[in-house]
Every structure is written in C-alpha cells, then in structure tokens.
Design a protein around this ligand. Structure first.
Ligand code: ADP
Ligand code: MG
Length: 221
C-alpha cells in the first residue's frame, strides 16, 4: 500500500505506443508527496504528454507500478480511472483547454458537473474566487471563452483544474503559447493557487527557464 500523503508512486513504469520501435515512457521511480510541486523536464517528443496521460489514468500502464492517491491504476477499469480523475485531478493542457462557446465562469464550474466530491469541496462562489485569484477581471467572467486571449484562457483553465481542491494538478506545457510577461504572471499565480488549495502540482515542460521556480526538478528520458 501507499504511504499516507503520497499522491503519485511510480516504479519501473513503461509505456510504448503501438508500432513504436522503443518505449515512449521509461520511468524507474517517481514519488510525489501531497502538496509537492515538481517540474518534469524533457525535450520535445520525450514522452511528457504520454506520461501525464498515464498519471491522469487516460492511458492504462503496460508495465511497472503506478499508484495515484493509493490506487493502483493497472487494477482499475477505464470508468474507475475516469472517476478518480474527475474526483481528484485537475488537468491543464497546452492549449484548446476550454469549451469556446461557454463563458469563463461556466467552463470552471463544468469540472463540478462530473463529480459529487468536487461539488461538495467547492464553496458557493468558488469559481469566481478562483478566477479572481488567477487574475481574471470580473468583467470577463461571463464572456465566451473564445473571446478571451490565450493568456486569459489559460487562467480560466487553471481555475477549472483547481476547483474543488483536487489532490493533484497536472499541467502540460500550459505556458508555451504565452508571451514572457503572461508566462511569468501565470506561473506565479498557478503555483500560489496550488499551494493555497493544498494541491500537488506536476508541471511538465521543455522550457528550462521555468525550472528555476521549482524546488524539485526531475529530468525525463
Ligand atoms: N496517440 C499517439 N499514438 C502514437 N504515438 C504517439 C501518440 N502520442 C504520442 N506519440 C508518440 O510518442 C512520443 C512521445 O510523444 P509525447 O508524449 O507527445 O512527447 P512530448 O509531450 O514530450 O513532446 C512521440 O514519438 C510521439 O510521436
Ligand atoms: Mg507534449
């Protein structure tokens, strides 16, 4: 069993895409404690997104051990992994995160629709509080996501990942489409909001400039 307070515990984890000549993910060991913020660095094509899909339970592990919140993902059915994700994980992608016709606010509350646990964790007005904490002006909350800048959309995506205080936030190069100023502001707010929520953060990127913000950096591949 997993030690208490461990959100990710992987050992000898391997994954190979069908038809590929070599393993895409080779992870000898990765252990992440509750609330910890970890930067996973890897070149483009090194398997970062594939690894996050494994951690998120989107892809089933093929070999090795992967426990998320004490649950062995290889032992869970697809629907059980979906439930674990909806209840306990927040995911922020590189781009195209939001439903374009829904407002910023409704994109955030959408995450609650799939999880009784998340709904129970989110106080009244929590979506607005998180949008504010991520630096999105109130005037934009009711605007369709498609009418927001990419930087504003990523703030909404972060608020959606954070709502209901999930144990683990997975961020897949969320700043790659942002300019330098927007990137710095986004990183600072994301890390602060994760700390306030008590959510662990696994942040993958090829961008070494972002690594210095993290006290723990692991190199993939
Ligand atoms: N859905 C998929 N089907 C087959 N191969 C894939 C798929 N997604 C990614 N790959 C391959 O896996 C390797 C790692 O990709 P990826 O995890 O996206 O790396 P990164 O996110 O580090 O750029 C690449 O060679 C890529 O072509
Ligand atoms: Mg990727």
């Amino acid at each position: 069993m997993n030690a208490p307070g461990v959100v990710v515990d992987a050992q000898d984890l391997r994954f190979r895409w069908p038809g590929a000549a070599a393993d895409t993910v080779v992870l000898p060991a990765l252990r992440i404690a509750a609330g910890e913020q970890v930067f996973l660095r890897g070149a483009s094509g090194s398997g970062k997104s594939t690894l996050l899909s494994l951690l998120a339970g989107v892809l089933p592990p093929q070999a090795g051990r992967l426990q998320v919140l004490g649950q062995d993902l290889a032992m869970l059915s697809g629907p059980a992994r979906d439930r674990l994700r909806a209840d306990h994980l927040g995911v922020i992608f590189q781009q195209f995160n939001l439903l374009p016709w829904l407002s910023a606010h409704d994109n955030v509350t959408l995450a609650l629709r799939f999880s009784t646990r998340r709904r129970a964790q989110a106080a009244e007005g929590e979506a607005g509080r998180l949008l504010g904490a991520m630096g999105l002006a109130d005037a934009l909350w009711r605007r369709p996501a498609a009418q927001l800048s990419v930087g504003q959309q990523q703030r909404v995506a972060a608020a959606r990942a954070l709502i209901g205080r999930p144990a683990l936030i997975l961020a897949d190069e969320p700043t790659s489409a942002l300019d330098e100023d927007a990137r710095d502001a986004f990183m600072a707010l994301l890390m602060q909001c994760c700390a306030e929520a008590g959510s662990a953060l696994v942040f993958v990127s090829h961008d070494v400039r972002l690594a210095q913000r993290f006290s723990r950096v692991e190199v993939l591949g």
